[in-house]
Design a protein around this ligand. Structure first.
Ligand SMILES: [Zn+2]
Length: 375
């Protein structure tokens, strides 16, 4: 796999063998850049079972993927009263079907593969919970030490799950961004591999978009609603869709809609004011997307603007209500952070049915690690 790393801020280029997690010059976020002409790709990714592994040619890995069977989640048509009459087709991409019940496993498979390739035995990351649980699970499987920095005010149930999965939890005074600063310091001081919302995780998370396109038989939907915390997923999906267009698998891009909680909506505020993203103190019940200053915020904004989508917020009451609709009417269990995109679509639909007439809409249900009934 031929690739290099490019700083998204100052365009500085780094060799593929570098295990750095930010630009050494300006501290900017890096992006994996491929020489697409050298990729050995099938004509289309058809005729094979959908799973994370089949997209290895589009990941920056040299050999076998560290995998626990992530990916290959279902894309189901949702039967909601009134939608069919309007010609609206709504599909739910249910990421709770991943090994640790969130989309984070897709990123973890690539990150852990890279940590193994670079020879690390010690990894560290900042998390609101789901990423920490995912990394602790993948680390244990690969005999690695895993340290997770979490806000002291974070989800206690998730902290306990991380510990049970073998991770070491370090509680931080402050929010997710404060935890990120400390995790990066730990990586430098201890020589640990910094996992989290960086370039390798973003690559692994691209597969959500690849799968949606493949499951819709290469017909691109009109809209995809994606909840945004650190904005890595929306940035990854935007990159994946552009790759598929570049490779001529698809011709157009769907409109990407970023959904946030009104109680933590820095991306929406920047979109509405056409200004810069500014840190705000997160207060939402949707802890999985409680990020006051998203690392991939600028990439997320670019994704919604370039696809002529939008960034919109919904209040916590609506997130709770539509989470219950998902569970009771559609049989899909989701935590609040995993249901925000669905709530955002349903509120939009209630206000403007006409906009969704004869449209195909995909909503991603990103995770469920709260109130699990199995333990
Ligand atoms: Zn830079």
């Amino acid at each position: 796999m031929d690739y290099c790393l490019i700083c998204t801020k100052c365009a500085c280029v780094y060799e593929r063998d570098s295990s750095i997690f930010r630009c050494g010059k300006c501290g900017g976020i890096l992006e994996v850049s491929y020489d697409y002409s050298t990729l050995k790709l099938p004509k289309r990714f058809a005729n094979a079972k959908i799973s994370q592994k089949k997209y290895v040619p589009l990941f920056p890995v040299s050999g076998k993927l560290a995998s626990l069977g992530e990916g290959g989640t279902s894309l189901d048509k949702a039967q909601i009263k009134g939608l069919d009459d309007n010609g609206t087709k709504l599909y739910l991409k249910v990421e709770t079907g991943n090994p640790t019940r969130s989309f984070k496993d897709r990123g973890s498979s690539v990150e852990i593969t890279k940590a193994l390739e670079f020879g690390y035995t010690d990894i560290v990351c900042a998390s609101t919970g789901n990423m920490g649980l995912s990394l602790a699970t993948y680390s244990k499987e690969n005999n690695m030490k895993c340290t997770i920095f979490m806000s002291r005010n974070g989800n206690r149930e998730k902290m306990e799950r991380i510990k049970r999965a073998g991770g070491i939890v370090i509680k931080v005074d402050g929010d997710f961004n404060a935890a990120t600063t400390l995790a990066e310091r730990y990586a430098k001081a201890k020589g640990a591999f910094a996992c989290g919302d960086y370039h390798y995780r973003k690559e692994g998370q691209k597969s959500v978009a690849y799968e949606i396109v493949e499951q819709l038989h290469y017909n691109v939907p009109d809209y995809i609603f994606i909840q945004v915390g650190n904005a890595t997923l929306i940035a990854a999906m935007y990159k994946a869709l552009r790759e598929f267009r570049r490779l001529k698998f698809i011709r157009k891009l769907p409109k990407l809609v970023a959904a946030q909680s009104k109680e933590c909506d820095p991306l929406v505020r920047a979109f509405d004011s056409n200004g810069k993203i500014r840190h705000i103190a997160p207060r939402t019940i949707a802890d999985a997307i409680a990020v006051g200053y998203p690392t991939f915020g600028n990439e997320g904004l670019e994704a919604v603007k370039k696809t002529r989508g939008a960034a919109q917020s919904v209040d916590d009451k609506a997130i709770k209500h539509y989470g219950a609709v998902l569970e009771n009417e559609l049989g899909v269990l989701s935590e609040p952070g995993g249901a925000a995109g669905f709530a955002c679509f349903m509120e939009n639909y209630a206000c403007n049915k006409k906009a969704f007439e004869d449209k195909e809409v995909v909503v991603i249900i990103t995770g469920n690690n709260e109130h699990r009934k199995d333990d």
